[in-house]
Design a protein around this ligand. Structure first.
Ligand code: SF4
Ligand code: SF4
Length: 454
């Protein structure tokens, strides 16, 4: 694509990067076929190619974002299916991230929306506050019926978003897991040492996920540390265009992980929430212009691994006995498109003895996408219904996923239309099959690969 940035504009490193990305696009439109919003809405401006044109026009002319541009950028899930499909290697992620920052800086959203976004950006990265807000949402949920009727699928009102937020609150919250600073020694001969990202929403909604990872890792000779003073990875605010907050969190994490690695050694920083993993792997890019952090950020990004990537390199005693349980593997966008991890989780589940099924249209997002299911509830609901129907066609006993956002979006949550099939994290199934307890959501009648196991 031909671009016409001035020399003065190109002096800005972000514009130079945008220029490089835009020039790689050859307008072929292959990406439109796998873009969830284009598939649903059929509007070129809700396709990757259409958004690329809008962003190009906005940046090239140094124009403030218009309401129309913001509408189409906001509808983008940042699912990155377009990056998987694009034959020219267009880095849409870095382009739309830049556009989101410009929107937040230069566009005055209506007050109720600004308020809601501000609350989400403040509460979600803080587990203590998030826990309180989930309890409050559960109490307030019966009053959702009093809110004005839904306003339509693609132009959500404040009340639509409020209703969506209340609907996502779980019926109960598990007790918190271990806190930062805890070290879990390896069982038997020590073969490695890793940090495990504690996460923010996940540690409130499902602390059992990281506990399964800790059990599985320590059982296989890996010492696990929950690094003290670690923060939210910044993914949530990064995707809302709040880059000052996201970069502050990234720098803080880089400091504590670097200190831990230098003092006690780390083979990897493991992540069980693929949305966070994609962002941490991008720290090197996000801080590339920061002289004080660029090298440290690149080192941390290189250390970051999805938990399945790390397990694939371990010598694991897989169970001899198979299970008849059918597991539908839901491939989170951040894992398949963001990190290009597609087969590994399925291979590990198969080695664990489960019958693993691919989900039709697995490239299409479930509609979770960070705060998307709150901010764009109409589109998110349609994507969820489509995902659940596709999963149901595999007739699974269990749904496995590697990202808490997808698990909440797809799962059975009170007062929503989630599936009744239990949704568990891939690591919980791997842990169960190799000696851990049965995941809480599974019934005692479900026989895992370890015959007669807990
Ligand atoms: S990130 Fe997803 S929703 Fe956004 S343009 Fe690409 S495919 Fe479409
Ligand atoms: S597939 Fe890639 S090159 Fe083709 S229009 Fe989409 S982004 Fe541009």
């Amino acid at each position: 694509m031909k671009t016409e940035f001035s020399l003065a504009q190109l002096a800005d490193p972000d514009i130079r990067e945008a220029d490089k990305i835009l020039r790689a696009c050859v307008h072929c439109g292959f990406c439109t076929a796998t873009c969830p919003t284009y598939v649903l809405l059929g509007d070129e401006l809700d396709s990757p190619r259409g958004r690329i044109y809008l962003i190009k026009d906005m940046l090239e002319n140094d124009r403030k974002p218009t309401q129309e541009v913001v509408k189409h950028i906001d509808r983008c899930l940042s699912c990155l299916a377009c990056m998987t499909t694009c034959p020219s290697g267009v880095n849409y992620m870095h382009l739309v991230d830049q556009a989101r920052v410009k929107v937040e800086e230069d566009y005055a959203r209506p007050l109720p929306e600004r308020f809601l976004r501000g609350v989400l950006a403040f509460v979600l990265p803080r587990p203590g506050l998030f826990r309180i807000s989930m309890i409050a949402a559960r109490i307030a949920r019966p009053f959702a019926a009093l809110l004005p009727a839904p306003s339509g699928a693609t132009a959500p009102s404040f009340f639509d978003r409020l209703r969506a937020m209340l609907a996502l609150a779980p019926g109960h919250l598990p007790a918190p897991g271990p806190s930062g600073g805890t070290i879990f020694p390896a069982e038997g001969k020590k073969r490695g040492r890793v940090a495990l990202l504690q996460g923010c929403a996940q540690q409130v909604l499902s602390p059992g996920i990281n506990q399964a990872a800790i059990r599985m890792l320590t059982r296989h000779g890996i010492e696990v540390v929950l690094v003290a003073d670690e923060q939210c990875c910044g993914s949530l605010t990064h995707h809302m265009g709040h880059d000052t907050d996201a970069l502050k969190r990234a720098r803080a994490n880089i400091e504590v992980w670097t200190k831990e690695s230098d003092s006690n050694g780390l083979d990897a920083i493991l992540v069980t929430t693929s949305g966070c993993g994609t962002t941490i792997k991008d720290y090197g890019y996000m801080l590339r212009e920061d002289g004080a952090y660029a090298a440290k950020a690149a080192r941390i990004s290189a250390l970051a691994k999805d938990v399945t990537e790390y397990l694939a390199g371990l010598d694991i005693a897989w169970p001899q006995s198979k299970s008849a349980l059918v597991v539908a593997y839901h491939s989170a966008c951040s894992l398949q498109h963001g990190q290009k991890i597609t087969q590994l989780p399925k291979e590990l589940l198969s080695k664990s003895g489960f019958v693993v099924k691919d989900v039709p249209e697995s490239h299409l997002c479930c509609g979770s996408a960070g705060t998307y299911n709150i901010l764009q509830p109409g589109i998110a609901k349609r994507l969820r219904e489509r995902k659940i129907a596709n999963i149901a066609s595999t007739k699974p006993d269990i749904i496995s996923a590697g990202n808490i956002g997808c698990m909440v979006q797809i799962g059975s949550v009170e007062s929503t239309d989630g599936t009744s099939v239990p949704v568990v994290h891939t690591i919980e199934l791997l842990d169960w099959a190799t000696g851990g307890p049965r995941p809480d959501l599974l019934t005692t009648s479900m026989k895992g690969p370890r015959v007669g196991s807990a």
